[in-house]
Design a binder for this molecule. Sequence first.
Ligand SMILES: NC(=O)c1ccc[n+]([C@@H]2O[C@H](COP(=O)([O-])OP(=O)(O)OC[C@H]3O[C@@H](n4cnc5c(N)ncnc54)[C@H](OP(=O)(O)O)[C@@H]3O)[C@@H](O)[C@H]2O)c1
Length: 388
Amino acid sequence: MEARNIVILGATGSIGRSTLKVIDSHPGFFNVKALAAYSNLELLKEQYYRYRPEYLGLVDSQKGQLLAASLKDEPVRVLVGDEALLTLVSLDKVDMVLNAIVGAAGLKVSLAAVKKGRDLALANKESLVSGGPLFAPIVEKTGARILPVDSEHSAVWQALTAGHKNEIRNIILTASGGPFRNLPADKFADITPEQALAHPTWQMGSKITIDSATLVNKGLEVIEAVVLFQVPADKIKVVIHPQSVIHSMVEYIDSSVIAQLSIPDMCLPITYALFWPHRVTSAFGQIDWDNLGPLTFEKPDNKRFPALELAYQAAQTGGTAPAIFNAANEVAVEAFLNRTIKFTDISDMIYNTLKKMNIVTNPGLEDILEADSQAREVSLSILEKKGC
Ligand SMILES: NC(=O)c1ccc[n+]([C@@H]2O[C@H](COP(=O)([O-])OP(=O)(O)OC[C@H]3O[C@@H](n4cnc5c(N)ncnc54)[C@H](OP(=O)(O)O)[C@@H]3O)[C@@H](O)[C@H]2O)c1
């Protein structure tokens, strides 16, 4: 089999680095054609010397110029600035694009990849949340495939092979519950970024770790599942499963529930997406059944974690509501990490931003980009009014 050419966007992040580990674990299957990041020049350069891609991309122009200058004698083209990533996904002879960018910044490249008919291994859930309605018609036209990397959606994708779409009763997304699953409501306002960044079961980038602590991440995943599997939001349930061993389930109309289980390591769903439709040997460990212990389940607490319910409402409203939900959350998470707002303000900011904005039904890309940018302005003005 000829090695497949892969472009990795967000190569320096948690998922990007795990993807390179997966590629290392199966030499000869992938040729790393391009690697891109936002501003982490040092790590991208290290990755260059290890994987020798033909192209590198850095969005931060200043750092990009420095990178280009430092590699001027190397056989690599360094692309710099906002358009760099769009060029990388459109290169000739690309078989797969892995999008591990964080945030709605990943939307345009995801769309560019599917427009080109590429296989898109997608970790950047915010693309599907913000741009949901745009993907289906393009995918239908170009035949591009969106291969989910998120562990929950990978689990659903695998469980869906056991039945047919019209036989699905519910999709059940599992959630670890994050570090504050058992914290009393009156302590939530005092949660610090350090406490919120200490996730009990997963090692991830900082934005998704905060999203997991607020359950915004599960809300984003509900919307992602609506788009990926074309199932209405009321057929997507969330259950808290603190051990993070069952990654999600599909319940069929005959009341059978098909679950996918593994150790909590993102290298596993990345492997599934990269090698699909084949299964390959994993070097990343397996369940130790002798010492596994009980697997437990709980109902999410919407009072302490109101963002999950807001995400359902945004999914049901549709149009630009999910893009607004996402953009307000991105602003709020940054403000929380910078200690300008409290943990409990994150869901309040999402709620207030959604309340202040008009929703466009049947949006095009321009409407979605406009909603994203307006929602950021509205969220920032809410911050200013709070005196932050
Ligand atoms: N981590 C996980 O276990 C996990 C699991 C499921 C899904 N996901 C999803 O995967 C995505 C990435 O998560 P992560 O945890 O890997 O994040 P991360 O560790 O913060 O890495 C983010 C990557 O995106 C790049 N980046 C940031 N802003 C960018 C921009 N505006 N344009 C282009 N590149 C940009 C960063 O470059 P620099 O390093 O140069 O800043 C970095 O390479 C998110 O959508 C997340 O929800 C993650």
